[in-house]
Ligand binder design. Structure first.
Ligand code: ACO
Length: 320
């Protein structure tokens, strides 16, 4: 049996840190409202010259360095993003060129905030079937570019960033299971409606539209369901989980999932206060931070989960 093992992680946040106090000077909101409803205190925003590929490259190089793998050894690059540099080529191909890899399979995955969960699950299948040996999996978004900065319902929630990991084929686990779901019927609750034709955005605009409280309820339900599904599949009790690494959209959604798992909050990796929701980057960034600060150790059992526009959602169980 071939498993895929995480042998390196990396992350990158743009330098500019924007606190709630700074947002209050520009929009009708308050630090109290944002902290109480979401747990977010600050977020990092890319500057105008940066692209998603720039952020992805920083995270990817850090993950490759830890893994001790050269870009030429990669035979698979999957990148989750909703804010690609261009309509095409994929940001994965742009990243491949930056890294100097020639010939690996490379493509983007569009699953919004579940982008990394989808991407690592697909990479796991490639490795398990013997189709790839060394995979680079990245979640990267400059989500701030698809926010209407006049819309206080959405603009306070998100930030920019990138996270990455390198997977390698191994005869010991590794990723134990992956669980992916989607239900497009719910897409009106969270979407960016515009499409590009005749060189312009048509059918609406390029800004995030969200029905916050419906998204909240949906997220709590599907995340609870999918983590239970993942535990059942592996015949595990939730007490076996060493670390929950959740999508960092809202502290209250995370608390609800932890409660369902009967996991104390000190077993949950949290970045939401300082990063906000970095979309596809949120799970790999949290993973990288906890690996680097020594909380996550070899042999620990991890539950990764995410939910995003689509709707898409999923969970990944990893013996680190
Ligand atoms: N500052 C102050 N007041 C605000 C703000 C703000 N930034 N934003 C909204 N409000 C007001 C609204 O105008 C509304 O006022 P009204 O009642 O007078 O109309 C009220 O606050 C909204 O209240 P609720 O909807 O009850 O707020 P709720 O407790 O649901 O919190 C929130 C809103 C934070 C958006 C929450 O619903 C949430 O986190 N939802 C999930 C969002 C999410 O996870 N999105 C990302 C999904 S992942 C992806 O793929 C992108």
């Amino acid at each position: 049996m071939i498993y895929s093992k995480i042998i390196g992680t990396g992350g990158y946040l743009p330098e500019r840190r924007v606190t709630n106090a700074e947002l209050v000077t520009r929009i009708d909101t308050s630090d109290e409202w944002i902290v109480e409803r979401t747990g977010i205190r600050a977020r990092h925003l890319a500057d105008a010259s940066q692209t998603t590929c720039d952020l992805a490259e920083m995270a990817a190089r850090r993950a490759l360095e830890v893994a001790g793998i050269s870009p030429a050894e990669l035979d698979l690059i999957i990148l989750g993003t909703t804010t690609p540099d261009m309509i095409y080529p994929s940001t994965a191909c742009l990243l491949q060129a930056r890294l100097g890899n020639h010939g690996a399979t490379a493509f983007d995955v569009q699953a919004v905030c579940s982008g990394f969960i989808y991407a690592i699950s697909i990479a796991d299948k490639f490795i398990k079937t013997g189709a790839a040996k060394h995979a680079l999996v990245v979640g990267a978004d400059i989500y701030s570019r698809i926010l209407d900065w006049q819309d206080r319902n959405t603009c306070v929630l998100f930030g920019d960033g990138a996270g990455a990991c390198v997977l390698t084929a191994s005869d010991t686990p590794g990723i134990l299971s992956t669980h992916l779901h989607a239900d497009g019927a719910y897409h009106p609750l969270l979407h960016v409606p515009g499409t590009v034709a005749q060189g312009r955005i048509q059918n609406g605009d390029g800004f995030t539209k969200m029905h916050g409280s419906e998204v909240f309820k949906f997220a709590v339900k599907v995340l609870s369901d999918v983590v239970e599904e993942a535990l059942r599949f592996n015949q595990l009790d939730s007490s076996a989980i060493d670390w929950l690494i959740p999508h960092q959209a809202n502290i209250r959604i995370i608390q609800a999932t932890a409660k369902k798992l009967k996991l104390p909050m000190d077993k949950v990796i949290l970045t939401v206060a300082d990063h906000g929701n970095t979309s596809a980057a949120s799970v790999p960034l949290a993973l990288d931070i906890a690996v680097r600060d020594g909380r996550i150790k070899r042999g620990d059992l991890l539950m990764l989960e995410g939910v995003g526009g689509g709707f898409t959602w999923g969970a990944v169980v990893v013996r680190y």
